[in-house]
Design a protein around this ligand. Structure first.
Ligand code: PLP
Length: 455
C-alpha cells in the first residue's frame, strides 16, 4: 500500500476507521463521522485533504513552537540520517548529537540543572523521574522515601507511571491507575474551585495542602512533588501568584525533591526558556519534551541537578530506552534550539506576542458565555459559563458545551481544544499579530454560534 496525500478524503477516512486506533478517542464514534485528514502544514496553518486551511491554535499538541515547515530541521534530520542514523548510549558509548544536546540543555537550564537523561516522550521522561527520585533516596540511605505527591487534574503522560502521576479521573478509571506510591492533592484552580476566597488566599490554601499531605504521610516517606508550572491538559489552569512561592517554601522546608513538568511550559511558551524561570521556582528535575524539537522528532528527557545526578552516578541506574538520545532526534532538537535562540523567538514572546495575546484573548471576557478569559505566555483558556457572576458550571454533563464549541471551532477552521467546558489554545510561538487577530475572531464566532445553539 502506498502513501498518498491525494487520495479522495472518503477513501482515507475509511482506511483510518478500519485500521487506526486513535489516542484519547472514542474510535467507534469517530469512525462513523470520519477523521479530518491533515496533509501538510506551514507556519501556523494546516491543510486538510479537502484543501481547507486551518489555523492551528494548539501548535499540534502544544509542541510546534517554531511553526511548521522549517527546512533547516528537515536538513538536519537528513544529514544525521546519512552520517549516523542510530546508535545507543547504553554501554559506555556516546555520540555527538546526544552529548552536544545534553551540554546545550545544561547551558540553557537554570541553576545547577546540568545533566540530562534522554527519553522519547514526556511520559517516558516522567517514568524515568519516578525511578530516579526513588533510586536517589535509596542511595542517600533513605529508601522509605518513595511516595510522590502530584495533583488532581494534573497531566504527566499516558504510560503507567505518567498516567499515575497525572490526576485525570478518566484515566484512573481505566487499567488500574494510579500505581502504588503516588498520591494527589487538589489543584490551584481558583475560577472553578475557589468559591468565596480571593485568588491569593486560595492559592496559599491549595499550596498548603502539600504541607498537610507531607505531614500526613511523614516527610521521611516522601520522595518528591511533581507539578506543571501551568496546568496544560487540565484546561490551562494558571495558578494564583501566591501558589508557587508557597510550594517552594514547603519543598525547601521538608527537603523533598521538586519536579517541574516543563513538557508544555519549556522552550519559550511562557516567555522564558523554562516555565520555572517565569515563576522563580528551583526544581531539582525538569521534565522536557514537545518544544525541545518543536515536535519535528519524538524526543524528551529529564534535566537533573548536580546533587541528584552525582548521587545517581554512584551506582548503575538500571533504566533506559533504546532510543534515549536518538541521534536524528537530537540533531533536530539542536537545530530547533538554534532557531529559537538566534531568531529571538522567546524574547519576542515576552516582549510582543504574549502581551498581544493577553489583550486580544482577554477581550473575549465580554462575551455572555465567557466566565474568564486568561492567558500566561502563549497558553490561554476560556471558561464557559451559564452565569458569569456566580462562576456557575453548565448543568449538562461536564464537557458537553465545551464539546459543542470545539465542533463549531473546527468548522470555522480553527483548532481549539476543549477540556470540559474550558476552551484552550497554545499556538506556535511564532504566530504573527495578524494571525492572533484572525484566531480570536474565529474564536468569537465560535462563541456566538455556541451561544445561539444553547438558546
Ligand atoms: N507532561 C505534560 C505536562 C504534558 O502536557 C504531556 C503531554 O501532553 C506529557 C507530560 C506527556 O508527554 P508525551 O505525550 O510526549 O508522552
Amino acid at each position: 500500500m502506498t502513501l498518498s496525500n491525494t487520495a479522495p478524503t472518503a477513501e482515507l477516512q475509511a482506511l483510518d476507521a478500519a485500521h487506526h486506533m486513535h489516542p484519547f478517542t472514542a474510535n467507534g464514534a469517530l469512525g462513523a463521522k470520519g477523521a479530518r485528514i491533515i496533509t501538510r502544514a506551514k507556519g501556523v496553518r494546516l491543510t486538510d485533504s479537502d484543501g481547507a486551511e486551518l489555523i492551528d491554535g494548539m501548535a499540534g499538541l502544544w509542541c510546534v513552537n517554531i511553526g511548521y515547515g522549517r527546512e533547516e530541521l528537515a536538513e538536519a534530520a537528513a544529514r544525521q540520517m546519512r552520517e549516523l542514523p542510530y546508535y545507543n548510549t547504553f554501554f559506555q558509548t556516546s555520540h555527538v548529537p546526544a552529548l552536544t544536546l545534553a551540554a546545550k540543555l545544561a547551558e540553557l537550564a537554570p541553576g545547577d540543572l546540568n545533566h540530562v537523561f534522554f527519553a522519547c516522550s514526556g511520559s517516558e521522561a516522567n517514568d524515568t523521574n519516578i525511578r530516579m527520585v526513588r533510586q536517589y533516596w535509596a542511595l542517600k540511605g533513605q529508601p522509605a522515601r518513595r511516595t510522590i505527591i502530584a495533583r488532581h487534574n494534573g497531566y504527566h503522560g499516558s504510560t503507567m507511571g505518567g498516567g499515575s502521576l497525572g490526576g485525570m479521573a478518566g484515566m484512573h478509571a481505566q487499567g488500574g491507575l494510579p500505581i502504588p506510591g503516588i498520591v494527589h492533592i487538589d489543584q490551584p484552580y481558583w475560577w472553578g474551585e475557589g468559591g468565596e476566597m480571593t485568588p491569593e488566599a486560595f492559592g496559599l490554601a491549595r499550596a498548603r495542602q502539600l504541607e498537610e499531605k507531607i505531614l500526613e504521610l511523614g516527610a521521611e516517606n516522601v520522595a518528591a512533588f511533581i507539578a506543571e508550572p501551568v496546568q496544560g491538559a487540565g484546561g490551562v489552569i494558571i495558578p494564583p501568584d501566591s501558589y508557587w512561592p508557597e510550594i517552594q517554601r514547603i519543598v525547601d522546608k521538608y527537603g523533598i525533591l521538586l519536579i517541574a513538568d516543563e513538557v508544555i511550559t519549556g522552550f519559550g511558551r511562557l516567555g522564558h526558556w523554562f516555565g520555572s524561570q517565569s515563576y522563580g521556582i528551583r526544581p531539582h528535575i525538569m521534565t522536557i519534551a514537545k518544544g525541545l524539537s518543536s515536535g519535528y522528532q519524538p524526543i524528551g528527557g529529564s534535566i537533573v541537578c548536580d546533587e541528584v545526578a552525582h548521587t545517581i552516578a554512584q551506582d548503575e541506574f538500571n533504566h533506559g530506552y533504546t532510543y534515549s538520545g536518538h541521534p536524528v532526534a537530537a540533531a533536530v532538537a539542536l537545530e530547533n534550539l538554534r532557531i529559537l535562540e538566534e531568531e529571538g523567538i522567546i524574547a519576542r514572546v515576552r516582549a510582543e506576542a504574549a502581551p498581544y495575546l493577553a489583550q486580544a484573548w482577554g477581550a473575549l471576557a465580554d462575551h455572555p458565555l465567557v466566565g474568564e478569559a486568561v492567558s500566561r505566555g502563549m497558553m490561554a483558556s476560556l471558561a464557559l459559563t451559564p452565569d458569569k457572576a456566580s462562576r456557575a458550571r453548565f448543568a449538562a454533563e461536564a464537557g458537553t458545551v465545551g464539546y459543542i464549541a470545539r465542533e463549531y471551532s473546527f468548522g470555522n477552521n480553527l483548532v481549539m481544544r476543549h477540556v470540559g467546558d474550558r476552551l484552550i489554545i497554545a499556538p506556535p510561538l511564532v504566530i504573527s499579530t495578524d494571525d492572533m487577530d484572525a484566531l480570536v475572531a474565529r474564536a468569537r464566532k465560535t462563541l456566538d454560534q455556541t451561544h445561539a445553539h444553547l438558546q
